[in-house]
Design a protein around this ligand. Sequence first.
Ligand code: TYM
Length: 332
Amino acid sequence: KKRILSGAKPTADSLHLGNYIGAVRNWVDMQAEYDAVFFIPDLHAITVDFEPSELAKRTRVVAAQYIAAGIDPDKSIFFVQSHVPEHAQLAWALNCITGFGEASRMTQFKDKTQKFGADAATLGLFAYPTLMAADILLYQTDLVPVGEDQRQHLELTRNLAQRFNTRYGQTFTVPEATILKATAKIYDLQNPAAKMSKTGESPNGSIQLLEDPKIAVKRIKSAVTDAGTEIRFDPEGKPGVSNLLTIYSTLTGKTVAELETEYQGKMYGHLKVDLAEVMVDFLTPLRNRTNELMADPAELDRLLAQGAERAREIASVTLARVYERMGFLPSL
Ligand code: TYM
């Protein structure tokens, strides 16, 4: 079986709809067919300003949301990044084969330092992509299902794997990104030129999976639509409406073409009312299940500890090989 690996950062009180549609949903679909590894990149969460008193809780919330969305911790390996020290250890080795210029070209670093100011430009944020490469390479991953915004990080990961293999001998599987075109980028409901994000400028532009579904209804009804009246999938000319159609299609399993036919001659308002209903039906059980899981943190922690143990069995073998290839004196 091929191996897949992915993760979503615990940087907010809830994952948002973009995380779900662009990533988590696909993981759930893929876990039957692949040997799957899903983790919570909490070491990545501290590369931007964060609240120490919230980090543990947010990590558990993401864990609960993975399970509520359908990740099966018995089937898939499921753990917290900081519980497996090999991630930070391999990241250091990778830092030492990564060019300063190469890392400087990462657009997420540029975007984040622009957005959060010069003080945000820490070494940790700069090294974000090599830590991510370590996450992936430790498990000899074949495929990495992510949204479009992670494409450049995956390219770097591939380059580092190849470079290491060439320099020190065959060690890593060279992974590939799996980015599903239709859902690779869910847009902000208020600004369909930007991606939906945890730190979006307009809170009304995103849908948080754990928020009261009534809020989601309001946000869909006030979503920015486009000039004209026709309900048609046209990401260039009608980005707002097209985004709503993508969301609608993913949550119902109807194709965009079917939806276009269904809404022929109807108005944007109809589409929004129906999508709002679909959203409530989607969010309500997911939210209830997440809250149930959050009510028993000891059980969540137990599942995560079990996952970390399984993860370490794989990660420690890779790290040992890396150290050996690099010529470190073995510790007795
Ligand atoms: P993160 O936490 O920002 O996002 C988690 C996943 O959600 C996807 N995503 C979106 N997809 C479509 N539309 C959107 N608006 C949208 N917003 C987010 C992201 O592409 C991602 O797949 N660096 C990663 C976390 C990470 C990781 C890894 C992922 C750390 N190590 C190793 C894969 C493998 C991140 O910031 O994701």
